[in-house]
Design a protein around this ligand. Structure first.
Ligand code: BGC
Length: 630
């Protein structure tokens, strides 16, 4: 009877609170289609609507989704009405307004019975999961929802006046509020007291055993709900038995919808009040959506104290341009000033720009270094000025003046590329011999070596066994490197390799390229050099638009997708927490030694994109639209 109650409480609280967040350009409107695709991507199984367990599915441990479209909704109107009553939304709209309804849950040890509100056998549930809820309505209910929300907040003694514009916003057609509960605080505060009863009763739950439940639980829960025109999307996560919130991140990523709710900032005053009263802490984010079909008022301007310097290598590569702009957007969204500078891939320009940022009062620097070995002197100045430094994507080396690192697992990116080649060529079943060439990245970027090592550690056994031949003989990192990751440099080297070795009918079966800009150079070289063979299996990284188009055209086999939105959210959340004086989230504290110190890191996982899954991951995930790729 224990832990599920928390889930039930949080679930219901979410639904009851009807938390809305304003339309946002970083968040994507969730369509039912997208929701279902995301569920499938997360390997969730479809579950019949209506609350009855279907015989085909006996194992729901890993997660499930329920979907009801218009027809089913009509059939199920009665139960939907009940459902709306149960979650107190029947005042806001009726079942007939719902065009479709979807709910998904993923939680180890999770069972359908565990999420029904009056479950009575709750003993073996693990609270480590996430749930999402989506409804498509046939009208615009934002204003009603917001009224409802205000009433609800009022009932639990939270005045919207106590919330900043950043936390709560309501207008005729849109509104938002985000909530971040800290269960540990909640437990500490209410354990042994009766103060939760009011809320719990209000939520129509039985209170039996709640104190025991709370005793056992630790960690966080988070909720984020969006309302945008006629679409409501809710995602909420529980991270009570583990700190790394992987399930929640998976959800957020798969839906491509919202910033990780676990990183939502906390309003200390309100949080304290809520902890004292019932919950934990409350916070939110808002971003204006220029594409909002129902624009009403200008979104509030948030003013916070603090300035963040964002130092990016170049605007020439799509990814950095995007990263820089998104970071600026996020930082300003948090209410801080952002100073974004691109250094034209020139190390001394970057150093000068960082110096300017320090002198102009930036308190946090987010840096994607051009040469990770060249920033020690300027970062000494940063430390002396009390500036906190976040290395972004590239680990800044040989200095103790770097405080945090946020990155994708770069060694793994290389491994994914090599494993793709191994699998495509059937090397594990002994196929071969095949010819392969290798193009690596910029030696001044430590990531380049990590990609290379991740890939080569996987490929070397096959080179040693003779299943893979590198006819050019170039297998050393420095022989394979590409200055500044430039397409032109990669093309030049590839043209000479092809000219010297492959114009006599010898096939190139695979070409390991560390990223998309170098893969593009190799593709151009193959096209321009008179090479007559089949397209080799060419790898890449970044899912640049031009390279995804090359995947669609059959020229490039795969790219490693690093959803830079995740990285941006993470880095911006880190900056925010630093400026709020709190400890930013990290999930690795032992792996990233920069030859001076181990840098506390937030590590994200890359994934493979190829012709089979690009639609689901890139379009379904809201990263690109169909038009972007045509
Ligand atoms: C990044 C890659 C990118 C490369 C070139 C690396 O540091 O991790 O994603 O392709 O730089 O810009």
């Amino acid at each position: 009877m224990r832990k599920t109650k928390i889930i039930a409480a949080v679930l219901s609280l979410t639904m009851l609170a009807g938390l809305f967040t304003g339309c946002s350009s970083k968040t994507t409107k969730i369509t039912t289609d997208k929701f279902i695709k995301a569920c499938e991507k997360l390997d969730l199984k479809e579950y019949a609507f209506g609350g009855k367990r279907t015989p085909i599915l006996d194992d729901l441990d890993k997660g499930f989704y329920i979907y009801a479209d218009t027809d089913m909704v009509e059939d199920e109107e009665e139960s939907l009405d009940d459902f709306l009553k149960e979650i107190n939304l029947d005042d806001v709209f009726e079942a007939e307004n719902i065009k479709s309804f979807a709910f998904a849950a993923k939680c180890d040890g999770f069972d359908y019975d565990d999420i029904v509100f009056d479950a009575d056998d709750l003993s073996d549930i693990e609270l480590d999961g996430a749930a999402a809820f989506q409804m498509t309505l046939d009208g615009n209910y934002a204003a009603d929802f917001m009224d409802y929300l205000e009433d609800l907040l009022d009932k639990i003694d939270i005045s919207t006046d106590d919330l900043s514009d950043k936390e709560y916003y309501s207008s005729k057609n849109e509104g938002y509020l985000r909530l971040h509960l800290d269960l540990e605080d909640l437990i500490e505060d209410i354990n042994g007291s009766d103060s939760y009863h009011g809320l719990y009763n209000y939520l129509y739950f039985s209170t039996d055993g709640l104190i025991d439940t709370l005793d056992d639980v630790s960690g966080e829960a988070a909720i984020s709900v969006e309302i945008n025109g006629n679409c409501i999307f809710v995602i909420f996560g529980f991270n009570t038995n583990t700190k790394d919130a992987e399930v929640i991140s998976d959800f957020v990523k798969a839906f491509g919808a919202s910033c990780d709710p676990m990183t939502v900032p906390v309003n200390e005053d309100v949080a304290q009040e809520l902890v004292n009263k019932y919950l934990g802490s409350i916070a939110n984010e808002i971003l204006p959506d220029p594409g909002d079909p129902y624009p009403t008022t200008t979104p509030p301007v948030i003013t916070g104290a603090g300035k963040v310097g964002i130092s990016m290598p170049t605007q020439d590569l799509m990814r950095w341009k995007q990263d820089g702009e998104n970071l600026k957007y996020e930082i300003e969204f948090y209410g801080y000033q952002a100073d974004l500078q691109y250094a034209n891939n020139d190390v001394s320009t970057q150093i000068m720009q960082i110096e300017d940022m320090i002198n102009s009062g930036c308190e946090v620097l987010i840096i994607a270094a051009i040469d990770v070995y060249s920033l020690d002197t300027v970062l000494e100045k940063a430390t002396a000025a009390g500036v906190t430094v976040i290395a972004y994507d590239r680990l800044i080396m040989c200095t103790s003046d770097v405080d945090y690192y946020v990155t994708f697992d770069n060694y793994m990116a290389g491994q994914l590329q090599a494993e793709y080649i191994v699998e495509s060529l059937g090397l594990n079943s002994g196929a071969g011999p095949f010819n392969i060439e290798i193009t690596a990245g910029e030696p001044g970027d430590d990531n380049a070596a990590l990609f290379f090592n991740g890939a080569m550690d996987t490929l070397l056994p096959y080179i040693a066994s003779g299943q893979l031949n590198v006819i050019s003989g170039q297998t050393d990192f420095f022989d394979c490197a590409t200055d500044l990751w430039s397409t032109e440099n990669a093309r030049g080297r590839a043209e000479s390799i092809i000219g010297n070795n492959y114009l006599n009918g010898t096939e190139i079966d695979a070409w390991l390229c560390s990223n998309d800009s170098t893969a593009l150079g190799v593709i151009q070289a193959l096209e321009a050099s008179g090479y007559n063979g089949n397209w080799p299996i060419i790898t890449g990284q970044d899912c640049d638009i031009i390279s995804v188009k090359n995947i669609i055209a059959g020229k490039q086999a795969m790219s490693v997708f690093k959803d830079t939105r995740t990285l941006v959210y993470q880095a911006a959340a880190m900056a925010n927490q630093i400026l709020q004086g709190s400890q930013p989230p990290v999930n690795n504290t032992d792996r990233f030694y920069n030859a001076s110190i181990i840098v506390p890191t937030y590590l994200c996982a890359p994934e493979v994109v190829d012709i089979n899954n690009y639609k689901t991951i890139l379009i379904g995930g809201g990263y690109y639209t169909e038009e972007d790729l045509t």
